[in-house]
Design a protein. Structure first.
Length: 162
């Protein structure tokens, strides 16, 4: 997505692009510790659309790293709903699912994370191929992991007080 560009007066700016048949999908979280002292931002990148299996696997990996009870807040995307059913059937302990209101992405602290990556770090970025895109997406998301103020802003954007 182009945000802003420039060219000499009288010349139309031209940006090259690659065929958009390949894709990347990213699944991620903004996790807050029980004592509200640490915010983590784990993520995984896939070369296909994220489906129920990937969501369940991601939550199970989070569960292995987080030894305390977890509350997972999801929107009502059909993949999240089917993953919630599968997690309930797997009888993983100490995982509770809370649903965000329908059509309310502004309440989800993960949305500003994607927005920062897409419209901030990668604005006007035109990758050569999916591996080039993957490297840059990973770099952007890893930078977020070390910026505490940015992680706090994800909660501020969702109007969640810490």
């Amino acid at each position: 997505m182009n945000r802003r560009t420039w060219a000499p007066r009288g010349q139309t700016p031209v940006q090259r692009a690659w065929d958009r048949y390949d894709r990347l999908s990213v699944i991620g979280a903004v996790a807050l510790s029980p004592h509200r002292r640490y915010i983590s931002t784990p993520f995984q990148i896939y070369g296909c659309n994220v489906r129920t299996d990937e969501v369940v696997s991601f939550v199970k990996q989070l569960r292995r790293h987080c030894r305390r009870p977890m509350i997972v807040c999801w929107d009502r995307w059909p993949v999240h709903r089917s993953a919630a059913k599968r997690l309930a059937a797997s009888r993983l302990k100490n995982i509770e699912i809370e649903w965000l209101p329908a059509y309310a992405p502004e309440l989800n602290p993960v949305e500003p994370r994607w927005c920062h990556t897409k419209h901030g770090d990668l604005a006007n970025f035109v990758p050569d191929d999916t591996s080039h895109l993957k490297r840059n997406v990973r770099s952007s998301l890893k930078k977020q992991q070390t910026d505490h103020q940015l992680k706090l802003s994800f909660f501020d954007s969702a109007k969640l007080k810490l």
